[in-house]
Design a protein. Structure first.
Length: 163
C-alpha cells in the first residue's frame, strides 16, 4: 500500500483533536472562514456555498461527514478548497477544518496501510496512516471521502444556487 503513494507532501489540518492530511497537489487554496450561504434540501454535511471569485463552491463539513459534531466557528476555522475527481469531472469544493497545521513531507516508510475495521465501517477513504512526531496522521483519499451519490447531491445543490 505505501508504495502506491507517490505524492509525499501533505497539508495537515485538524478536526476535533485528530490530525488529517490531504495531498497538497489537490489543494487549491486555504480561505479564512467566510459567510456561507445555506442551501435548502442538501445533505446535512453540506453547510452551503461560497462565492469564490464568481464561482459557486459547495462547502462541506468534514466533521459531520465523519460522524463528529458540527464544526464550530473559531478564529482558526478555515475552508480548504480542494479538487475532487469524480468520474471524468473535477469538482471544486470547500472543506471546513478546525485549523490548518502545516505542509509535511512523508516518505513511504512513514506511512502504514489504512486500518481494516471490519466490513460494516468504510475506511476506503483513508489512504494510509502517517507517523509524525509519535502521532498518527490520517491521510485522506479526497476522491473517496464522498460516494458518487453524495457528490451528485453536493453538485446539484451548488448548481441550484448558481442558476
Amino acid at each position: 500500500m505505501a508504495d502506491e503513494l507517490q505524492a509525499n507532501q501533505y497539508l495537515t489540518f485538524t478536526l476535533a483533536d485528530e490530525v488529517f492530511a490531504v495531498d497538497v497537489a489537490r489543494v487549491r487554496e486555504i480561505l479564512e472562514y467566510t459567510g456561507i450561504t445555506k442551501v435548502p434540501q442538501v445533505p446535512d454535511f453540506m453547510r452551503g456555498v461560497i462565492n469564490l471569485r464568481g464561482c459557486v463552491v459547495p462547502v462541506i463539513d468534514l466533521r459531520l461527514k465523519f460522524g463528529m459534531r458540527e464544526t464550530d466557528r473559531t478564529v482558526n476555522t478555515c475552508i480548504i478548497v480542494v479538487e475532487v475527481q469524480m468520474d471524468a469531472d473535477v469538482i471544486v469544493l470547500g472543506a471546513l477544518a478546525d485549523s490548518v497545521q502545516e505542509v509535511i513531507e512523508l516518505e513511504p516508510g512513514q506511512i502504514e496501510a489504512a486500518p481494516h475495521i471490519g466490513t460494516r465501517l468504510r475506511t476506503d477513504f483513508i489512504r494510509g496512516m502517517g507517523k509524525l512526531d509519535g502521532r498518527f496522521v490520517m491521510i485522506l483519499d479526497i476522491d473517496r471521502v464522498f460516494s458518487c451519490e453524495e457528490m451528485a447531491e453536493v453538485q446539484e445543490g451548488g448548481d441550484a444556487v448558481a442558476a
